[in-house]
Design a binder for this molecule. Sequence first.
Ligand code: SF4
Length: 294
Amino acid sequence: MITEVRVKGILNPVRQPDDWFGLKYNMNLYRGCQHHCIYCDSRSACYQLDNFDREVVVKVNAVEVLADHLPRKRVVGTIGTGSMNDPYMPVEKRYNLTGRALQVIANNHFPVHVLTKSDLVLRDIDTLEEISRVFATVSFTITAGDDDLGRKVEPGAPAVSRRFAAMRKLAERGISTGVLLMPVLPFIEDTRENITRIVELAADNGAGYILPAFGMTLRDRQRYYYYRQLDRQFPGTKEKYIRQFGANYFAQARQAGELHAYLTDLCEDAGISLEVPKFIPQEAVEEELQIRMF
Ligand code: SF4
């Protein structure tokens, strides 16, 4: 079900220092998500998205609001393209909110961080190239090294191979891109084989970084949904979770420390960073240069 709404604001300031992405603002053009990842935390009761898998709310006037508000922002900082939804889920083909919002961002010379699981991002490659002159990076969430496993855990998202192909095209155009390797699902994705495959594909397709998280969160109705999907797709795995994690909020991947060290070695060999690059304001660059000169 698609519901259209009108909004008064669209840019939310990120108040906590954001170490992962360096975001200053976040922008949710949609509510709800059509990618239906079995692990998605947005199903948790605290977010109050009761129809998360059944309804997408489209903020139809969001681009006009952004065009009005962005020129008045005094602080230039990185805009994130959303949380708890994918800015390039299928409905974006029809509404083009993300594409048009990126054009507004380009016109106003703001930096952007795009987080997606979709190769639809290539539709906006020219705009991203333009924003890159200030700063742009595109992160693809990839938790599975092959299409079969990817389809099981992210059934509504484009195949993993399509995400890597999109990554390559972005990298070929000089646009920063990389992988968010998160969550690494315990008993399903926490193997050296899976990690090796993802790093190899990332290296082959121009990734500049891989940011990992070895484990996942589990709570209330998200846990309930996830366990039902485990029974359907990975029989016997739910019982392992119950034994291992009980009612814990965080479910850590098996041998998380070893896997992290293993990933670090692989990335070092492949010349891939373990950090997402961040926008550095021009004033900070100039200040640093002056300090070095004197
Ligand atoms: S793409 Fe992100 S927001 Fe959408 S279902 Fe998957 S994890 Fe949730």
